[in-house]
Write a protein that binds this ligand. Structure first.
Ligand code: ADP
Ligand code: MG
Length: 412
């Protein structure tokens, strides 16, 4: 029987994992309910199952277990660690406990675990009704941030300065919750400071390895839209060391005993604080593109080895070079896209790794209020920051995305 790896999700951020598992000699089964998921085209086997449907995923694993030796369950770049851990647990495969995975997915449980273990993070409360939220917000104080407990990509996340804004936003945020349990929102203290994304790996002995740190560029208040990220971070080694210490405490607090762990960390005037921690490699083209471009590391293979119960091969996480890699979002003016030009030309610019388009001619673009709805992403790199920025700038100037809003034509 052939050995198989099950990957939860067949989207763009799971593609490197699918390819890597195949390169390692495994047949790959992917689960995704989106019939157009690009991973379906390359996977060996596919099933149209929601990435959050744990019982169907377990049944599916049992079914495939009759024809294949299922060796691991894995994901990257999407918040389905609870599904991954639950299937692995049910099949007796390596992985973190489902409780820990839920803790690294549900933001309320996450905050409770962090607080219990004295890990620096903002004060918070949870609420299921608007009246409860308003009453608790009066005690917590403004400004605060509201978010659904179990979504991702900053969907339903917003800075709130007044009770009026809270009342206006509450339904929108709670409407984005409930993927893994009851719809609930969390309100937390607003943290001011540079945001970083930190990818780490816990090896088979429990040792935590720092992989990469990206500076995240967040715009569009009161929403949080990541318009890009840059590797390496411009923060000092000392600041990164302190953030890594906080990360290690957070990993322990939520119970990530092995495999990938990724956190959004805010560098506040009181030091590093955890924004969120997840039990997977980062998404947003970070672990998929900018990470390997900047360092030459194969963190996807290293994380897959952990999911397979193997020991870490340190070569996979040893930087082979120190380059600069950037991801920048394409955000044209709102309206209907009537033309997209210059993509092929921009792809040929030295220092442009690739350009990913997520919207096409005929699609509508709105002002983003989360990380969903960006039109595309430019991935650039160079031996210096200047070189990478220059390549990005040239690509940005060549790409013309024309949108039309009623009668007005916009070029951006
Ligand atoms: N307490 C907070 N203070 C300041 N910014 C926050 C806070 N919570 C979230 N954010 C911003 O919102 C973004 C999304 O929130 P996050 O908790 O990471 O949820 P998601 O799972 O949707 O990524 C973060 O990347 C950060 O920029
Ligand atoms: Mg986040």
């Amino acid at each position: 029987m052939k050995e198989m790896v099950m990957i939860i999700g067949a989207g763009i951020f799971q593609i490197p994992a699918i390819k890597e598992a195949q390169k390692m000699g495994y047949a790959v089964l992917v689960l995704d309910m989106n019939p157009c998921a690009p991973g379906f085209e390359i996977a060996d086997c596919k099933e149209y199952i929601s990435t959050k449907d744990i019982s169907r995923a377990i049944r599916c694993a049992h079914d495939y277990g009759k024809k294949y030796h299922l060796q691991a369950v894995f994901t990257a770049g999407t918040d389905v660690a609870y599904t991954v851990a639950s299937v692995a647990h049910a099949m007796g495969l390596p992985g973190i406990s489902p409780d820990a995975a839920l803790c690294a997915t549900n933001k309320y449980l996450m905050r409770c675990a962090l607080r219990t273990h004295d890990v620096p993070c903002p004060d918070f409360i949870s609420a299921k009704t608007v009246e409860d939220a308003c009453a608790k917000a009066r005690i917590l104080g403004y400004p605060l941030v509201i978010k659904p407990v179990d979504n991702m990509g900053a969907r339903g996340v917003r800075q709130i300065d007044t009770e009026e804004e809270l009342r206006e936003q509450f339904q929108k945020s709670i409407g984005e919750s409930g993927h893994y349990g009851d719809p609930t929102v969390i309100l937390e203290e607003y943290m001011e400071g540079q945001e970083i994304s930190m990818d780490t790996l816990v090896d088979e002995k429990g040792e935590v390895h720092l992989l990469t740190v990206a500076d995240r560029h967040i715009l569009s208040p009161p929403y949080f839209v990541e318009v890009g990220h840059s590797i390496p971070s411009l923060l000092s080694h000392e600041t990164i060391r302190q953030a890594f210490d906080v990360m290690k405490k957070a990993i322990k607090a939520v119970g990530i005993t092995c495999g990938a762990a990724k956190a959004d960390i805010k560098i506040t005037h009181e030091g590093a604080k955890i924004g969120e921690i997840t039990a997977r490699l980062s998404g947003g083209f970070h672990s998929q593109c900018t990470d390997p471009l900047a360092t030459g590391m194969n963190t996807t293979k290293a994380a897959l080895d952990m999911a397979l119960g193997k020991s870490l091969n340190r070569d996979d996480i040893t930087p082979r070079y120190h380059r600069v890699a950037l991801e920048r979002a394409l955000l044209p003016s709102p309206g209907k896209i009537i033309s997209i030009e210059g993509i092929d030309e921009a792809r040929n610019i030295p220092g442009i790794f690739d350009i990913f388009l997520t919207r096409h001619v005929g699609d509508y673009v709105t002002s983003p209020t989360s990380n969903i709805g960006k039109v595309g992403h430019i991935i650039a790199y160079g031996t210096t920051r200047k070189e990478a920025e220059k390549a990005y700038g040239r690509a940005r100037d060549i790409i013309k995305i024309q949108t039309v809003q009623q009668e007005k034509v916009m070029v951006g």
